[in-house]
Write a protein that binds this ligand. Sequence first.
Ligand code: NAD
Length: 357
Amino acid sequence: MATKHILIVPGDGIGQEVTAVGKKVLDKIAARFGHTFTYDEALVGHAAIEATGNPLPDETLTKMRASDAILFGAVGHPKYDNDPSAKVRPEQGLLKMRKELGLYANLRPIKLFDELLDASSIKPEILKGADILFFRELTGDIYFGDKGRKNNGDTAFDIAEYSRFEVERIARKAFEAARTRRKKLCSVDKANVIETSRLWREVIQKIAPEYPDIEVEHQFVDATAMLLIKDPRRFDVVVTANLFGDILTDEASQIAGSMGMLASASIGDGTGVYEPIHGSAHDITGKGVANPLASILSAALLLDISFGMKAESDAVIHAVDQVLKAGFRTRDIANAQTPADMIKGTDAIGEEVLNRI
Ligand code: NAD
């Protein structure tokens, strides 16, 4: 029996709708397993800009640092998508949060529930049983190095940088995760061409002997892009740099069929942040049709990773599986064969999950 303090940061658009359901799931787990979870709420993104002029107000950051874990929704608003010159933007809140909390590893479990095999654009016989855990480095690489223009603006450059320390700390997280799974680690780089990749590979090779139980494979990113679609079952844990990870994890999200199903964790040495991979989806905001399962599965990751509550986390995943097995779907994961009365809105499918915990 534990006491934990959770910060709910719904953000914008459907972030508000799905995070409310994720919180109910955490409440149900606390009641069912005899834990005490206390909550606070904070603003981020467009909602925070409207209220304070700042996409990540100091008050939010203080609350984040004081919590044991953060359940996050999404940030974004069409107003900014159509105005690339806006100086203050919702996603600045996201980037600043990652930097301030030292969230250097982004974890994305890619696992397809059997009932959704048909929802993917990949053939079911290739997909069935695929279960991958991505570790994307989040605070280095080409996103954070020097960037600029020269030659009167006709030439642009972005510098990619990694230190041994940065590679080693995420590599160790990935090795440790592989120990709890099928004991395979695939490190993805472009060491035939790129110097930061050569350092990346050197570091992985240096620490690999400390994990003799883990089978390590090095792959070039172009090969990984191809193999993810050709044979996703060959992967267990994958670790890669920020830019490669950005692209490969979106590619891999298609293995799971829908954006509305995928959860992620951003972790470092302090408070972890758990959020769906999807954005604020203003095309469906306020309609009550957003799929809350990614937020619910984010809550399951939070329980497992930040609180070490494996049984509680499994109970959430099992409940989601049971809801899908019973035939319930949200609109984004339904198909032509789904009976109309089995297509549920955000709160109704959330209730089905709660009933099965
Ligand atoms: P999006 O993920 O919001 O939506 C893409 C498509 O998937 C939309 O058609 C949407 O309706 C659908 N979708 C997404 N989540 C769904 C869910 N839970 N249930 C059902 N359908 C779902 O991406 P976008 O449209 O490119 O971006 C919208 C806004 O979100 C932008 O402002 C963007 O900057 C922001 N964004 C934020 C994050 C984040 O906060 N981490 C991530 C991506 C995009």
